[in-house]
Design a protein around this ligand. Structure first.
Ligand code: PMP
Length: 356
């Protein structure tokens, strides 16, 4: 008989976030987690080739100064306005811990990044979701009530819909007593960043990532930009949990990626061009979708239910994302790959949907 007791009553029980599948099979067209189909900047490869034993033996710089400096220069900010973390998931989790400490609910849209409610649950933060309009837009009026903080992605995920800076600003302006986090994971694919507003509003935190536009999802780099005070508060919390979050090689690779602006612009514009072509092809097939300014489309297939199309594509080794959830179960989220990968997707879709 094992020794038993009531220890389970003290466990923090949560329903975890479910990330998109990372198949072991390499022979797959992977359009399910919004990764970038192109390699990172060439200098990143060279750094990895030179990676030496001291880089492994010694602790990394806890301030990640090389990376923070490169980001500061790139965005025209002071280093004190930048926080870096291990992916924007880490940055946002730190921001929740730092800024969302009220008894009032944190607000976010009902259709959005499915990690937002998970963080609220794990940190025991009350929250309330606000419905998007029928065309998947945020109504700023919904965010003019008492709250303990606000977070939304712009462009939104999984819809890809971009809200204008006027909309974003009206939400920030109406909430001087809360921190507003704008999650700009997909901003580089054609949206306009609200970053300039950090000089106007000290309650605005803008979060971005290297996982999408800089092709470095596997390296795990995210960052937040905001007023010096906000960043100091976040660093105080981070240094109270784990000072050495980002490893040495990632810091150096990240800095190199930021410095190569022309490579960044070239790959981003290739993805935008492929996305626009994908919109036309899917539209011709009868798909409907809100306009996307991200590196994915949120598209409702004709003829067959989305769940069935998802499974049929998977059988053909094409992975897209589908959620069996009431508000979004009619849609597939399709990441933009290379032109060749998209052509293979189109062929498979024609077969699955019986389109000539
Ligand atoms: N925010 C949004 C809206 C996302 O879609 C993602 C990607 N899953 C993230 C944040 C986190 O990205 P990462 O941790 O790779 O920076």
């Amino acid at each position: 008989m094992p020794f038993t007791g009531n220890w389970e009553q003290n466990v923090r029980k949560v329903v975890p976030y479910i990330p998109g599948e990372q198949p072991k099979d390499t022979d797959v067209i992977k359009l399910n987690t919004n990764e970038n189909p192109y390699p990172p900047a060439p200098e990143v490869r060279r750094i990895l080739d030179d990676f030496n034993e001291s880089d492994m033996r010694l602790y990394p710089d806890p301030e990640a100064d090389v990376l923070v400096s490169a980001l500061a220069e790139n965005y025209g900010l002071d280093k004190s306005q930048i926080f870096v973390g291990v992916g924007s998931d880490d940055v946002i989790a730190m921001a929740y811990m730092t800024f969302f400490n009220s008894d009032k609910p944190v607000l976010f849209p009902d259709i959005t990044y499915s990690f937002y409610d998970v963080w609220a649950e794990v940190f025991r933060i009350p929250y309330e979701t606000k419905p998007l309009t029928a065309d998947f837009r945020i109504d700023p009026a919904d965010y003019c009530c008492e709250n303990g903080g606000i977070i939304f992605p712009n462009p939104n995920a999984p819809t890809g819909v971009f809200e204008s800076l006027d909309t974003v600003e009206s939400i920030i302006k109406a909430n001087p007593d809360s921190v507003v986090i704008v999650d700009e994971a997909y901003i580089d694919f054609g949206g306009e960043s609200c970053l300039p507003l950090i000089n106007k509003y000290e309650n605005l935190l803008v979060v971005q990532t290297f996982s999408k536009s800089r092709s470095m999802a596997g390296m795990r780099i995210g960052f937040a930009m905001g007023n010096e005070k906000l960043i100091k508060f976040m660093n105080d919390v981070k240094f109270s949990v784990n000072s050495y979050t980002m490893n040495r090689v990632t810091q150096i690779c990240g800095a190199a990626a930021v410095r190569d602006k022309s490579y960044f612009e070239e790959t981003v514009s290739r993805i935008i061009a492929t996305r626009e072509r994908t919109k036309k092809v899917l539209e011709d097939m009868g798909f409907t979708f809100p306009d996307s300014k991200s590196n994915f489309l949120f598209a409702k297939p004709p003829v067959k239910p989305a769940g069935e199309v998802f499974s049929e594509l998977k059988k053909r080794k094409i992975f897209v994302r589908w959620w069996d959830k009431p508000l979004i179960k009619d849609y597939l989220r399709i990441s933009i790959g290379t032109d060749d990968e998209m052509d293979r997707l189109f062929e498979a879709l024609k077969e699955v949907l019986g389109i000539e």
